[in-house]
Write a new protein. Structure first.
Length: 190
């Protein structure tokens, strides 16, 4: 009986492993790029993002920032927070797309609302500097607070400094807004 149970257990463990062994895995970067491109063209936001990263880095050919930006945009429009953040970076720098601080802030906000810490930080900086959005130090404090509580350590010094520079009632309002924002968004994606 024990032997029968042991054989059944081994079969349960090995059968999925044997099935996995039959999966065709790309052997070269060129193969992987073709797979990414095929899945990206089929509309998969994760594949679009990965393809964009490879194009930006110049894997299997020269860097192509315009093509990378096109795939980042597709992934961002598909709701992928990392791609939205990346589009913000590209728009802020004018890399692969025209420089557009307002577009950058908009992309940062979309990713920030999904709980993506670096986007929360960058959106706070945009609010603090009035870069692409109306300057709003109280709202900036709120986003620095969210980013800090989501584990982005570099947000804390700016949060603390800004809180000390604002009138007490504005600092209290900003920190309360940060708590409100934190309650309404998904878990940290860092």
């Amino acid at each position: 009986m024990r032997r029968l149970l042991g054989a059944a257990l081994v079969a349960l463990i090995l059968t999925p492993l044997a099935a996995l062994a039959q999966i065709d895995v790309p052997g070269t970067y060129g193969d992987a790029m073709r797979w990414y491109r095929s899945a990206a063209q089929a509309g998969d936001p994760n594949a679009q993002y990965l393809l964009a990263r490879k194009l930006e880095d110049g894997v299997e050919g020269p860097r192509d920032l315009a093509e990378a930006a096109r795939w980042y945009r597709a992934a961002a429009e598909g709701g992928l927070a990392e791609a939205q953040y990346k589009m913000g970076l590209l728009a802020a720098a004018g890399s692969g797309v025209p420089r557009d601080p307002a577009a950058a802030a908009g992309w940062y906000l979309l990713a920030a609302q999904q709980g993506f810490g670096p986007a929360q930080y960058n959106y706070a900086v945009a609010l603090l500097n009035g870069s692409g959005v109306e300057r709003d130090p109280v709202e900036a404090l709120a986003w620095f607070d969210v980013a800090m509580h989501r584990g982005l350590a570099l947000a804390q010094p700016l949060r603390d400094k800004l809180a000390s520079l604002l009138p007490a009632e504005d600092a209290i309002r900003g920190l309360a807004r940060g708590e409100e924002l934190a309650r309404t968004m998904p878990a940290d994606m860092r």
